[in-house]
Design a protein around this ligand. Structure first.
Ligand code: BGC
Length: 777
């Protein structure tokens, strides 16, 4: 957003170190440190003339109405609550925004009530969880992350925005940019995986895609970075639970994508349901006003998560709804998603403490300013063109983009004896596993307006791509959440009758997502039993793993001849998988998170500190490992094979004006075109505090013809080696940094080192900063 009032860099004030989690009881006056400091830069005189005028004309009640977000329906029953009584609430100015609403026509009618029949004529903000597509559903976010394709991420978000905006929406609750290293957590499906650098790039691409260059254009929508700040680190992997993490982890691992999103200009953020070190994020003034606004210069607005303001009472930091209202508003939560605490109880809180009026004005001012930035005051109805809606939703070119990203998201984990690609020749394939025909699962969690009927199932895709020469049979075997194994004999018979088997197993859509945490990330029992039975036939088996999370699948990994992770791929799932299986395109997806060997190994990351007794394979030594399984992940972060091979040359290290240029030559030494994801890692071997044994700092997905070579050069700056010191203070230490380029975190092909000559202090998280990449052909 470019409005002058939002440029507050000059007035940013440092928050003193060590106050990273100032709890309400630490701060009985109820005012956050940063709040007091920042108020001057947000005085009403700084708003646009329209916002200033509205703020001066509106009653306290009308202002509070703007902070209320109501549910227009349930996520699968949109618009269902838009009753005549609800329209009266809009006429009275009691609502600022609706979520779970959709449709150019119904939303125009609703908007007209707000604009033409309410006292101040303030337009409503219409929101939905458009997370990986609106009607054209793209792969689930963890799958998209596996594509390592920044242009693809941006395109998916842009198409989602075009469809959503054509359907009357202004605002999405995406991107979800929670880093998670714990696949028990069901919401790992919604994010970019375990790494803050990869997550930051994905955050930026999606913000750019949703918001575009002009928010008022009518085909762009406001993005929400969520869930601020460490929602992906709940204890035990249980959704909503405490993130009992260090200040360093918070700033070095969980917050960088939010910093990157801020730099990209994201217009809103959502606070997380959980608490970090006992401070619920919805009442964490230090994080919101201190770190996010004052340190980082975030100029968007904050929405709570669903009912989260009322839940401050469950957390045990507010006794009454009035307390909860005051805590959340003071902390900087501008909009109340559905708890109705603001609209019902904030007035009482203000009466008890009139100082809250300034916070109220600040929040209302922000919301009005963003409504203005979306063009809603000047052109409120440009989101309601039904012809545009009809043309945009599921447009053919959107399906092409969805297929392309789905192809790019599939990860080939194993391919013994070149089992894949399958030849399109006379013969037979048995496709086995109920997930192959389960179209609904391919939509994953958060399917917006996606419909199972729009999906080409994996089975249909395989049938279509196999061509006429090949006989394709199908047997369901067993469904993931069923204990009905009566389909097993047919599945075994089908496998035995075929030349080869494509075994589709894993989790269905309802085993990952919100409140879908699992204590055991093994295959569901029915799927394991099905797999064992099919492996026992002795046929060559390609396993296609459908899942929203990494699964612990040691037996499958051992027995399968080839193993693909297809995640949940969206409307074009079938064609994408078919084209990979039959070799029309080579797979090149890479894991955005480790696949562990057992549930007991999680949380787990490739990027741990070495410790004083680093893990050693020799069990006679007492080292940092388990007795009962190897120290390595089953498949490591960054891993993924192609139908070709790549050779790497030596690393060339050059100093530049801004830092270092680290380059390698990569050659496709196989006999077919394929993509390679070239990855840059670093390690700070000696520092003031222990550093991870390896950390991602750059990547580039390149396409190479057979025999073709390319030079890939990464431009690393000293600031990207910085270590967290205190909020807003990042220390670059002088000394040696090891740099590594390779095909995965466990497949380093070229090494070098750089010397940081001078220590320096920066203000940005190291992993939020982008490594520029040059590709020289
Ligand atoms: C989720 C959010 C989502 C909101 C609105 C909540 O339960 O945590 O991610 O945006 O619902 O649907």
């Amino acid at each position: 957003m470019s409005a002058a009032w939002m440029t507050r860099a000059a007035s940013l004030v440092m928050v003193s170190a060590g106050l990273w989690a100032c709890s309400p009881s630490d701060n009985p006056a109820g005012q956050t440190i940063a709040e007091g400091q920042s108020s001057a830069s947000e005085a009403p005189s700084a708003w646009s003339p329209r916002v200033t005028r509205l703020l001066s004309e509106m009653s306290v009640e009308a202002k509070i109405g703007q902070l209320h977000q109501a549910a227009g329906g349930r996520s699968r029953n949109l618009n269902s609550r838009l009753t005549p009584e609800e329209l009266d609430r809009v006429r009275e100015g009691g609502v600022g925004s609706y979520l779970h609403v959709a449709g150019a026509e119904p939303l125009e009618a609703l908007q007209r009530v707000a604009v033409e029949e309410s006292e101040h004529g303030i337009p409503l903000l219409f929101a939905m969880d458009v997370v990986h597509g609106y009607r054209t559903i793209f792969p689930v976010p963890i799958a998209m992350a596996a594509s390592w394709d920044e242009a693809g991420w941006e395109e998916a978000a842009r198409i989602s925005a075009e469809e959503a905006a054509a359907s009357g929406l202004h605002w999405t609750f995406a991107p979800m940019i929670d880093i998670s290293r714990d696949p028990r957590w069901g919401r790992i499906v919604e994010g970019g995986g375990s790494d803050p650098y990869l997550g930051s790039r994905m955050a930026v691409a999606q913000v750019n895609g949703y918001q575009g260059a002009d928010l008022a254009a009518g085909d762009t929508i406001l993005a929400t970075a969520k869930h601020f700040g460490a929602y992906g680190a709940p204890t035990g992997g249980r959704d909503y639970g405490t993130a009992d993490i260090s200040e360093r982890s918070l700033h070095e691992i969980y917050l960088p994508p939010f910093h990157a999103a801020t730099q990209a200009g994201v217009g809103s953020m959502m606070t997380a349901f959980n608490d970090i070190a006992s401070v619920p994020s919805t009442a964490n003034g230090h994080l919101i006003e201190g770190v996010l606004r004052d340190e980082w210069g975030f100029d968007g607005f904050i929405v709570s998560d669903w009912n989260a303001i009322a839940e401050l009472m469950n957390h045990g930091v507010a006794e009454t709804r009035t307390d909860a209202a005051a805590l959340a508003l003071e902390a900087g939560v501008d909009m109340d998603m559905t708890s109705a605490v603001y609209v019902q109880d904030l007035a009482a809180a203000i009466e008890a403490d009139p100082a809250l009026l300034a916070a109220l004005d600040r929040s209302v001012g922000r919301l009005l300013a963003w409504k203005e930035a979306l063009g809603l005051f000047d052109t409120p109805y440009i989101y309601h063109d039904t012809d545009r809606e009809a043309a945009e939703l599921l447009a053919p070119d959107h399906r092409v983009a969805a297929r392309r990203l789905a192809e790019r998201s599939i990860v080939l984990l194993k391919n013994d004896n070149n089992t894949l690609p399958l030849a399109r020749e006379a013969g037979s394939i048995a496709v086995i596993g109920q997930l192959a025909e389960d179209a609904s699962t391919q939509l994953g969690s958060w399917r917006a307006q996606g419909r199972p009927d729009d999906v080409v199932s994996l089975l249909d895709g395989i049938r279509h791509e196999a061509g006429d020469a090949m006989a394709v049979s199908y047997a369901a075997g067993a469904a993931p959440r069923s204990d009905d194994m009566s389909g097993l004999p047919d599945a075994i018979a089908a496998a035995e009758a075929a030349d080869r088997v494509v075994l589709v197993i894993g989790e269905d859509y309802d085993l990952s997502g919100e409140a879908r945490s699992r204590s055991d990330i093994a295959l569901p029992p029915s799927q394991q039993a099905l797999a064992e039975a099919i492996f026992a036939t002795g046929k060559p088996v390609t396993v296609v793993l459908v899942s929203g999370r990494p699964l612990a699948i040691p037996r499958v990994a051992e027995e399968a001849d080839a193993l693909l992770v297809s995640w949940m791929l969206g409307v074009e799932a079938g064609p994408a998988l078919g084209r990979i299986l039959f070799g029309d395109v080579s797979p090149a997806g890479r894991l955005p998170v480790n696949f562990p060997r057992a549930t007991g190994a999680v949380p787990f990351t490739y990027s741990e500190n070495p410790g004083g007794r680093p893990a050693h394979p020799d069990l006679e030594r007492d080292t940092n490992r388990y007795m009962d399984q190897p120290i390595t992940p089953l498949f490591p972060f960054g891993h993924g094979l192609a139908y070709s091979q790549f050779e790497y040359g030596e690393m060339e290290v050059r100093e530049t004006q801004t830092g270092y240029r680290l380059s390698v030559t990569v050659r496709n030494s196989g006999d077919r075109e394929a993509d390679e994801v070239v990855q840059l890692y670093m390690r700070d071997p000696v520092a003031r505090v222990a550093r991870p044994r390896i950390e991602l700092r750059g990547f580039e997905r390149v396409t190479l013809a057979p025999g073709e070579s390319v030079e890939v050069a990464f431009h690393l700056t000293p600031a990207q080696t910085a270590i967290f010191q205190a909020p807003g203070r990042w220390q670059v230490e002088a000394g040696r940094i090891e740099v590594m380029i390779g095909a995965s975190s466990a497949d380093i092909r070229a090494r070098g080192e750089i010397q940081i000559v001078e220590a320096q202090t920066g203000s940005a998280p190291a992993t939020a900063l982008e490594t520029r990449v040059e590709v020289i052909r």
